[in-house]
Design a protein around this ligand. Structure first.
Ligand code: GLU
Length: 305
């Protein structure tokens, strides 16, 4: 699939809604990532919005070469067609660098060479020790954003009111890693803003990152977004399906059955007759009947998939 940086949606959309699905190409889609793709697609289409795909390829050592193409092919096979071109984060490094420079110039971030062991000893909540250092680190260092003491809160469209105190729960967080790769938190905020995203529908495992993203958006004077976090899929051991845990790839030879099961898990109560239909008919039904409020207000759901 050709790389393209045409990332703005076509002007065929009757609303301001812009949603997105933003997989990291560390493995093919598994059933959990399919659910996030489907929910964000349906919410966008049901609101006459645009739906974009962004490949979050920020960590080359963890990304097998063929993965991005495979994910895009899987989405196509499922009938989840996106608007415009695909944005690859690997093409956005200069933009991230500029944001970093701006934060540095405003002294809103600082270098930190604390080791993993030191951070563990802090209880994994960064205690701000490198904020106070006088001399710059001589070895490799990460860059951390200074957080403040105020609570960050938002109304999740599925899960309801969510509040986090970044100082108490996270501490100053990494925006550029020690290995010089940009951190997910910085890249995702930069791209959601650049692509004018209005709605983020994604897995519950990321709800914990949302306060950091909102804080960074506020720091940079970016637009506010709506968030909805859908339950993640866990196996019978209660383990999240994840690429790291070698969750099996979905098999799009059974695309219609996958969509039907996903609609059930998303609480959409598809009629049994829909099971035998093709993906196009299933998606048409699902867009027409989409009810975000019917999605279970849970962090995780079991599926034998
Ligand atoms: N790239 C992230 C992932 O694959 C998702 C990022 C997001 O939706 O904000 O888990």
């Amino acid at each position: 699939m050709p790389k393209s940086t045409t990332v703005h949606p076509e002007k065929n959309s009757a609303s301001d809604y812009i949603g997105r699905f933003a997989p990291s190409p560390t493995g093919p889609l598994h059933f959990g990532s399919l659910l996030a793709a489907l929910a964000s697609f349906l919410d966008a289409r049901a609101n006459q919005g645009s739906w974009l795909v962004r490949i979050e390829d920020l960590d080359p050592p963890r990304e097998p070469a063929a993965c991005a193409g495979l994910i895009l092919q899987q989405l196509t096979d499922l009938g989840l067609h996106w608007d415009g071109g695909v944005l690859y984060q690997s093409t956005r490094l200069e933009a991230y660098e500029l944001i970093l420079k701006q934060l540095q110039a405003e002294e809103l971030c600082f270098p930190c060479d604390c080791t993993r062991a030191q951070i563990k000893a802090m209880g994994n909540v960064y205690d701000g020790s490198c904020r106070r250092r006088i001399s710059a680190p001589t070895k490799d260092f990460a860059v951390r954003l200074k957080v403040d003491a105020a609570d960050v809160s938002f109304e999740d469209l599925i899960q309801g009111h969510y509040v986090q105190n970044l100082t108490e729960d996270v501490g100053d967080f990494v925006i550029r890693r020690k290995d010089k790769l940009f951190a997910y938190q910085l890249a995702v905020v930069a791209d959601d803003e650049m692509q004018n995203i209005t709605h983020v529908i994604r897995g519950y495992d990321l709800i914990d990152s949302t306060a950091r993203q909102i804080f960074l958006q506020q720091t940079l004077n970016y637009s506010k977004l709506e968030y909805a976090h859908i339950p993640i899929i866990v196996d019978k051991m209660g383990q999240k399906l994840s690429k790291q845990a070698f969750a099996p790839s979905i098999d799009t030879d059974h695309a219609a059955s996958l969509i039907y099961q996903s609609l059930n898990l998303l609480g959409q109560s598809p009629p049994t007759a829909l099971e035998k239909e093709n993906t196009q008919q299933q998606l048409q039904w699902a867009i027409k009947n989409w009810d975000l409020q019917a999605v279970p207000k849970l962090g995780s759901l079991f599926s034998s998939k």
